[in-house]
Design a binder for this molecule. Structure first.
Ligand SMILES: *[C@@H]1O[C@H](CO)[C@@H](O)[C@H](O)[C@H]1NC(C)=O
Ligand SMILES: *[C@@H]1O[C@H](CO)[C@@H](O)[C@H](O)[C@H]1NC(C)=O
Ligand SMILES: *[C@@H]1O[C@H](CO)[C@@H](O)[C@H](O)[C@H]1NC(C)=O
Ligand SMILES: *[C@@H]1O[C@H](CO)[C@@H](O)[C@H](O)[C@H]1NC(C)=O
Ligand SMILES: *[C@@H]1O[C@H](CO)[C@@H](O)[C@H](O)[C@H]1NC(C)=O
Ligand SMILES: *[C@@H]1O[C@H](CO)[C@@H](O)[C@H](O)[C@H]1NC(C)=O
Ligand SMILES: *[C@@H]1O[C@H](CO)[C@@H](O)[C@H](O)[C@H]1NC(C)=O
Ligand SMILES: *[C@@H]1O[C@H](CO)[C@@H](O)[C@H](O)[C@H]1NC(C)=O
Ligand SMILES: *[C@@H]1O[C@H](CO)[C@@H](O)[C@H](O)[C@H]1NC(C)=O
Ligand SMILES: *[C@@H]1O[C@H](CO)[C@@H](O)[C@H](O)[C@H]1NC(C)=O
Ligand SMILES: *[C@@H]1O[C@H](CO)[C@@H](O)[C@H](O)[C@H]1NC(C)=O
Ligand SMILES: CC(=O)N[C@H]1CO[C@H](CO)[C@@H](O)[C@@H]1O
Length: 558
């Protein structure tokens, strides 16, 4: 075979592997997700993990703005599972959004369930993940949404795009980690490493050959679609000697923001432009935890991947490592987050509600329940709460209970304000407030009402950041601050011009954040506090909001 022929064949192969596959997927509207176990080796040991189609991270879903996609989910695993389309609004069709016992029943082993993904205003990067106990640790993947035909990104077309999925790896079976946490009532074991695209990176043993490598050409621009799929940790991410320009987050565009590092909360996504404009060499990209709770164990490892320039040169050895902020550098975390602004131009207007009909204040707390009859390791079991209610998951999903008018599943008395006002962010709040109450309560919102929620962190037990995510909505983040929210003073500083539009935020340690949205998408939405918690075997704390309006479809009852 002649050399030219070989090169030509290689190009065809490259097209099929990358360009071709991508194009083909973009026009496919139906996907098959087989949830099953597969054997993976990381950090020198092998275990079975739950995957979609045997892949880890799972397959990427490509779509265009406004499309509807059907995913046939076959559960061939051993446990119940659901798949959640994180950040997809699912207008007037919350039925297949995935949150277990909120909008749907789990899919039992051996069953199939077809889930519709209804895209509307989202454009950019979102992701999907399992939404049942800890299954999302390994069952997750990217959703990439391109502009509609005839429209463009509001930034120059990048030469290539690359998903960068940040994850977390335990050498133990994640279910064993979860069970141990439930049995002891204490924090779960921290992970053994973070991952970039499923790989710990070559700072870890047995990890050199698999380390993810991004090959770049000098002078070209790459769109990194960064997703934090870690279970609970906020991460700092950076690329040695390169700047990153954020152009979007959570499926909507931002004003370009050029930074040395980003702070990414669990559940968040960032679209970032990387210009390959440095000396041809290889460079590390790296991520590590931002963990602000004092005295609480965290995974202190650094995960890496490599950006490698094509061409002939002698690479430096080892590659240079980026500087990442310290694990407890709250200033570095909020300095990045608070610099985000929505694009707010003629084509991407900012529709932040100005007149608010419903004002809610939700405290976010870490708590303990007394541990009855030595059922855990110490005398208490860790829990979390919103407005002092620790969510108890029902066994009939709340949306169906509403639709079929089944009583006794949930109450509609979720408090609009904290039931007790104290100095939430005092250094050492009274321990008599440590114990919350249990409940499955819903806050009903009027259809089309304009809503503001102030999320107020408390310092009960140990103050920490609280990642918050709303299902069915993106919201404008109009303000934040340290200390206790002051309803007279703080709203004067709100950004009502170009606040970022997000679906996941981190409420800062010892602080608050305010979000606004219009309740125009009926269903059961859930404000989730995505810290790992311990009550009733659930890992997520939740305030369930319900928009009063007719919901159009039914599915089977659990
Ligand atoms: C699994 O889900 C089914 C309904 O979809 C439910 O009946 C069953 O109790 C669940 N099993 C467990 C162990 O949660
Ligand atoms: C968008 O463009 C692609 C190819 O460029 C074409 O296959 C597709 O049919 C178009 N879709 C619509 C809705 O026009
Ligand atoms: C958690 O960590 C402890 C201490 O290192 C260890 O003994 C235990 O086996 C770990 N549990 C799991 C489930 O990995
Ligand atoms: C990470 O924590 C472990 C113990 O938890 C400690 O032995 C190790 O020195 C720490 N590593 C770094 C880089 O701080
Ligand atoms: C951050 O951690 C370092 C130790 O790693 C400690 O010396 C420092 O006081 C901490 N800073 C804050 C603000 O807690
Ligand atoms: C806060 O962090 C930013 C970005 O890292 C830095 O420029 C600034 O000097 C820091 N401020 C303080 C008070 O440390
Ligand atoms: C604890 O044990 C006592 C005596 O066996 C029993 O009466 C009580 O119901 C138990 N409490 C709980 C919460 O299980
Ligand atoms: C939370 O609820 C419990 C039980 O009703 C009550 O004892 C406690 O004072 C409440 N705490 C706060 C901070 O509202
Ligand atoms: C709700 O708002 C939408 C526009 O956002 C409007 O089309 C609709 O008529 C409104 N419905 C009610 C019941 O107010
Ligand atoms: C609330 O539920 C948790 C977990 O099911 C349990 O440990 C605790 O005792 C309950 N607390 C109350 C006050 O009922
Ligand atoms: C919670 O988990 C424990 C131990 O795994 C189990 O015994 C108990 O039945 C579970 N409770 C619920 C409500 O699922
Ligand atoms: C509107 C709609 O989808 N209705 C469905 C309700 O559920 C029954 C049984 O599953 C279906 O037959 C209906 O089509």
């Amino acid at each position: 075979m002649s050399l030219i022929m070989k090169v030509f064949l290689l190009q065809i192969l490259a097209f099929l592997l990358f360009g071709g596959g991508l194009h083909c997927e973009a026009s496919t509207r139906r996907h098959t997700f087989v949830v099953r176990e597969a054997s993976y080796t990381r950090l020198c040991s092998t275990k079975n993990i739950l995957t979609v189609n045997g892949q880890f991270p799972g397959p990427t879903i490509y779509a265009k703005k406004g499309e509807t996609i059907i995913v046939d989910v076959y559960n061939r695993g051993k446990e119940n599972v659901t798949i959640h389309w994180h950040g997809v609004k699912m207008p007037k069709y919350p039925w297949t959004d995935g949150p277990e016992y909120i909008t749907q029943c789990p899919i039992p082993p051996g069953s199939k369930f077809s889930q519709k993904i209804i895209l509307s205003s989202e454009e950019g990067t979102l992701w999907w993940h399992a939404h049942s106990d800890w299954t999302r640790a390994t069952v997750h993947g990217a959703i990439i949404i391109y502009p509609k035909n005839g429209t463009k990104h509001p930034f120059p077309k990048p030469n290539a795009e690359v998903p960068i999925i940040l994850g977390e790896w335990w050498k133990s079976d994640v279910n064993a980690v979860l069970e141990e946490m439930l049995a002891t009532g204490t924090d779960p074991n921290v992970s053994d490493s973070y991952l970039i695209n499923g790989q710990p990176g070559d700072l870890h043993p047995c990890s050199k050959s698999g380390t993810f490598k991004l090959m770049v050409d000098h002078g070209k621009t790459y769109l990194l679609r960064i997703i934090n799929a870690a279970l609970q940790d906020i991460l700092f991410f950076s690329i040695a000697k390169h700047k990153m320009t954020v152009v979007g987050t959570d499926g909507s565009y931002t004003k370009p923001l050029t930074r040395d590092y980003i702070t990414i909360s669990p559940g968040q996504t960032f679209d970032v432009l990387l210009e390959a404009n440095q000396r041809p060499d290889h460079y590390y990209m790296a991520a590590k935890a931002y963990s602000s709770a004092q005295g609480v164990a965290y995974d202190n490892t650094t995960t890496t991947a490599i950006v490698q320039y094509r061409g002939y040169y002698t690479p430096s050895s080892p590659p240079s490592l980026p500087h990442l902020p310290g694990h407890n550098d709250t200033n570095a975390s909020v300095h990045f987050t608070s610099s985000l602004r929505s694009l707010a131009d003629a084509e991407h207007p900012c529709n932040v509600p100005l007149n608010i009909g419903t004002k809610l204040i939700y405290t976010l707390s870490q708590n303990t329940f007394p541990c009855a009859n030595d059922s855990c390791l110490g005398s208490t079991r860790l829990a979390t709460s919103i407005n002092n209610i620790s969510f108890q998951s029902p066994t009939i999903d709340i949306l169906q209970a509403y639709y079929y008018n089944i009583s006794g599943v949930y109450g509609d008395k979720f408090p609009s304000v904290p039931p007790l006002v104290f100095d939430f962010t005092a250094e050492d709040p009274p321990s008599k407030y440590d114990t919350p109450r249990n409940g499955t309560e819903v806050r009903v919102l009027e259809y089309n009402s304009t809503v503001e929620i102030v999320f107020q962190g408390t310092n009960l037990l140990a103050g920490t950041d609280h990642p918050m995510h709303l299902h069915g909505y993106s919201f404008y983040v109009v303000g934040w601050g340290f200390g206790n929210f002051d309803k007279n003073r703080d709203p004067l500083r709100y950004n009502l011009v170009d606040p970022p539009l997000q679906n996941t935020i981190a409420v800062p340690k010892k602080g608050w954040a305010t979000i606004r949205f219009k309740a125009s998408n009926p269903g059961m939405l859930q404000a989730l506090m995505s810290s790992i918690t311990h009550t009733k075997n659930k890992t997520l704390e939740t305030a369930t909001l319900h928009i009063k309006e007719i919901i159009f479809l039914n599915i089977t009852i659990c």
